[in-house]
Design a protein around this ligand. Structure first.
Ligand SMILES: Cc1cc2nc3c(=O)[nH]c(=O)nc-3n(C[C@H](O)[C@H](O)[C@H](O)COP(=O)(O)OP(=O)(O)OC[C@H]3O[C@@H](n4cnc5c(N)ncnc54)[C@H](O)[C@@H]3O)c2cc1C
Length: 461
């Protein structure tokens, strides 16, 4: 595919279709040229802000007819080069579509436009005693989160975007508007198009409205911290807890380097050893019982200093620190960038997988830390690189690829939550096989025959 730059008549053609202002301003193009990954930026030819499903439909119909690539843009926090407009065209900015359309507390659901961010939604839901559970470390948009199949620290208890998107309105490449799913707790009506579009990374359709499942704020929440002599002990303890069926709401592993970064970044004084953070949700008595069961299990894995708190500000401080782990890794290495890997394995393979990643990374000069949503078998390595040395980026890509291939060989996946983007195309092929990728490509070809939606992501044309 060749890069597409819009000519003045195409810019004014699109301008006529929307209420906002098409931008070719350099700083706006730069803002839409990259995500939070270390992938090299590529400017779109224009940035098109949209305000309604109708506008998205008109713009897509036009771009399809003119064969102009369209990359949907939410908050740009993705980590595999997802929003980089590799072939120019337009960046379709959905961040102004940020209305909460309807709250239905009795049905435990909300309808939102795709540009609403998860923190903005939770601020509104708090007034109703409700919360939306999926919490990636960045304040991403719900459209972007649906499009990447995002997950977070509470997925072990409440599920990821894949479980929490009930229905959606989406616009296909030719401008056709479709409605998928319903606001019902169960549904068995035909192909599950909602789940097809969740995780499709803007390659099949542009999401313009979401119906999401929300939860009542638990009566009691408590957090606990446990420390371990080794990384393997901590990870093995977490997997044992999950196997026992204890209803933990969060269970996050942080290695010693990660704790060191957080101490510096958050002004904390945690002992710099491998650590598990837990959270328990339920009745006052249930929470105490769950915490006691966890305390007993971790002691069998040499876990010590079991510290627990139900103090709200302490609990929030702990999880705020966890959510800042990515930024802590970067800011403790001034001027550097972070590359975040994302792999998941079956629970029993997790201790070996984390040890393997640590062993491989230790053979190289790049600083790194390891953390993960261990109760889901999902972990990340944060690798620090100098953005002024592009050769480092290539080296790190090779190291990550080596780890990824080994993870796939042990029955794992190349991504538990970040998605494929432009970075894991080869890994996806290895993981699912050429036949399955051919089916994905056939679906794409049917829905987007001119290949205008986020070309160059998930698989090549
Ligand atoms: C510090 C940090 C921590 C993170 N932690 C996590 C984590 O714990 N879990 C996790 O899953 N991710 C995590 N991420 C990655 C990122 O936050 C998620 O991938 C998030 O879902 C991206 O949302 P966004 O709004 O930024 O989307 P963008 O980056 O703008 O877009 C992501 C993809 O979705 C497409 N897209 C965006 N909006 C739409 C739409 N309306 N319709 C169709 N396609 C669309 C884009 O084309 C692109 O392919 C983290 C990122 C950072 C920087």
């Amino acid at each position: 595919m060749k890069r597409v730059d819009l000519d003045p008549s195409q810019i004014s053609g699109i301008q006529d279709l929307i209420s906002g202002k098409v931008s070719t301003n350099e700083s706006v193009l730069d803002l839409h040229s990259h995500d939070e990954s270390a992938f090299p930026p590529v400017r779109p030819s224009a940035v098109v802000p949209v305000n309604s499903t109708e506008e998205v439909s008109r713009v897509l119909a036009y771009c399809n007819q003119q064969k102009i690539p369209v990359v949907a843009f939410g908050a740009g926090t993705s980590l595999e080069g997802h929003v980089v407009p590799l072939y120019g065209g337009i960046s379709l900015d959905l961040s102004s579509m940020n209305k909460i359309v309807e709250m239905r507390p009795d049905d435990l659901l909300v309808r939102v436009e795709p540009g609403v961010t998860r923190l903005a939604l939770n601020a509104k839901l708090a007034n109703e005693g409700l919360f939306f559970s999926v919490d990636p470390g960045a304040d991403a948009t719900l459209g972007g989160m649906a499009a990447t199949g995002a997950a977070g620290t509470t997925t072990v208890r409440y599920g990821s975007m894949r479980e929490n998107v009930m229905a959606m309105t989406a616009v296909l490449a030719d401008g056709t508007v479709i409605h998928t799913g319903r606001g019902t707790r169960k549904l068995s009506a035909g192909y599950d198009l909602t789940k097809l579009i969740v995780g499709s990374e803007g390659t099949l359709a542009v999401i313009t409205e979401l119906t999401l499942r929300v939860f009542g704020v638990p009566e009691k929440m408590a957090a606990a911290v446990v420390r371990f002599p080794t990384l393997t002990d901590g990870v093995a303890a977490a997997t044992a807890i999950v196997r026992m069926g204890i209803a933990i709401a969060r269970c996050e592993f942080l290695d010693a380097q990660c704790i060191r970064n957080l101490n510096a970044h958050e002004d904390l004084l945690m002992p710099e050893v491998p650590t598990l953070f837990f959270e328990f949700h339920g009745s006052p008595q249930g929470v105490v019982e769950d915490a006691q069961s966890v305390k007993e299990i971790v002691s069998e894995f040499s876990g010590s200093d079991f510290e627990w708190t139900s103090d709200e500000s302490e609990r929030r401080k702990l999880w705020q620190a966890r959510h800042n782990a990515h930024w802590a890794a970067i800011t403790t290495h001034p001027g550097m960038r972070g590359v975040s890997t994302d792999m998941a394995v079956p629970l029993s393979a997790l201790p070996v997988a984390v040890e393997l990643a640590q062993e491989i990374l230790s053979q190289h000069p790049f600083p790194f830390s390891i953390l993960g949503h261990v109760a889901d078998g999902n972990f990340h390595c944060q690798i620090i690189t100098d953005p002024n040395k592009p050769e480092e980026r290539d080296q790190i890509r090779e190291i990550v690829h080596e780890i990824t291939m080994k993870i796939i060989a042990m029955g794992g996946t190349c991504t538990g939550e970040h998605g494929i983007g432009g970075g894991k195309i080869e890994a996806l092929l290895e993981e699912t096989g050429a036949e399955a990728v051919a089916v994905m490509r056939a679906i794409k070809k049917t829905l987007d025959p001119n290949w205008i939606l986020n070309p160059g992501k998930i698989f090549l044309a």
